[in-house]
Design a protein around this ligand. Structure first.
Ligand code: F6P
Length: 345
């Protein structure tokens, strides 16, 4: 079999581990993995990369993706579908393994249903918001990076009696904020799933300081809205641009919140925004293991002809679900936030 492998959407720690595992599994069974460069653009434009034992060697621990990535959507690009059909005929790919987030899974489903190319999806994102799987790879690494940042911020927060706000990624969901917030001992967490007004956050900070604490650390997910008692709501973004999937370029809510908190509490409030640092660098051991299991299982499904599916982690079990079931966004289980709240105020 000739099996295309592509990475689409934002980069994420563990992409190379998936590529390596899928390619090695296919090679071991006498099949030919083909790297498709820059997501679905590589399929449409026939930009290929040889994936042999040598090219996937030494990449397990590397961040980014050796295949490069993009948000290319063949169903939206001019002549995208015709190009994919022509490329498929010319290159004789028997299947495609597509590694990406929720939008990639939707595109991947359509590629099989509408274009007849057998596909298997692998769920990726530091945000952990792909449905039908307990965890996406990349999330653990992002949580670890954010937790390390909280640990380091404690030093300055405590030494200078400051309120320190840490802005983390999570455009639709607050998984990183909640997990890192619990692991780092945050004194407040703001996420898109649960509205907290500026006034409520200020009151929590004041209460904590009245109890004798001289500092606070607040973790803010970039996708949370700045909300006021008056009913005013604001999504804070760095530009008016939207990406190919229509998402705004987010960032800056922690800065906006810090100004409001300083005015209301009188405590000096400072901001750190982690941005793409959360997506860069080497994956944790947990993510390498998960990515390797995902990659190997995706290859197994392709070899078994069991396509139209996304590999998934249910509990500790590696399994798969139909791509048609992968819809919407997996929001934070609010029981985690309930635990985190024990330590607020
Ligand atoms: O989906 C992963 C993610 O890192 C989000 O948390 C973030 O909002 C978005 O991607 C940023 O994407 P880009 O790098 O394209 O601006």
């Amino acid at each position: 079999m000739r099996v295309g492998i592509l990475t689409a959407g934002g980069d994420c720690p563990g992409l190379n581990a998936v590529i390596r595992a899928a390619a090695r599994r296919l090679l071991t069974h006498g099949h030919e993995p083909v790297g498709l460069r820059r997501g679905y653009r590589g399929l449409a434009e026939r930009e290929h990369m040889r994936l042999d034992g040598q090219s996937v060697s030494g990449i397990l621990h590397l961040g980014g993706t050796i295949l490069s990535t993009s948000n290319y959507n063949p169903f939206r690009e001019p002549n995208g579908v015709e190009k994919v059909n022509a490329a498929q005929a010319a290159d004789e790919l028997d299947a495609v393994i597509a590694i990406g987030g929720e939008h990639t899974m939707m595109i991947t489903r359509r590629v099989q249903e509408e274009l007849g190319i057998p596909v298997v999806g692998v769920p990726k994102t530091i945000d952990n918001d792909v449905t039908q799987t307990d965890y996406t790879f990349g999330f653990d690494t992002a949580v670890q990076i954010a937790t390390d940042a909280i640990d380091r911020l404690h030093t300055t927060a405590q030494s200078h009696d400051r309120v320190m706000l840490l802005e983390v990624m999570g455009r639709n969901t607050g998984w990183i904020a909640v997990f890192a917030g619990i692991a780092g001992g945050a004194d407040g967490i703001l996420i898109p799933e649960l509205e907290l007004t500026v006034e409520e956050i200020a009151a929590n900070v004041k209460r904590r300081h009245e109890r004798g604490k001289s500092f606070s650390i607040i973790v803010v997910a970039e996708g949370a809205e700045l909300a006021f008692e008056s009913g005013e709501r604001r999504l804070v973004r760095t530009s008016e641009e939207v990406d190919a999937y229509g998402y705004p370029r987010l960032g800056g809510i922690a800065t906006a919140l810090a100004i409001e908190l300083e005015q209301r509490t009188g405590f000096e409030s400072r901001v750190t925004s982690l941005g793409h640092i959360q997506r860069g660098g080497t994956p944790t051991a947990t993510d390498r293991l998960l990515a390797t299991r995902y990659g190997a299982h995706a290859a197994d499904l392709v070899m078994a002809g069991d396509t139209g599916r996304m590999v998934a982690l249910h509990g500790t079990e590696m399994t798969s679900v139909p791509l048609s079931a992968v819809e919407g966004i997996k929001t934070v289980d609010l029981r985690y936030l309930e635990i985190a709240r024990t330590f607020f105020g």
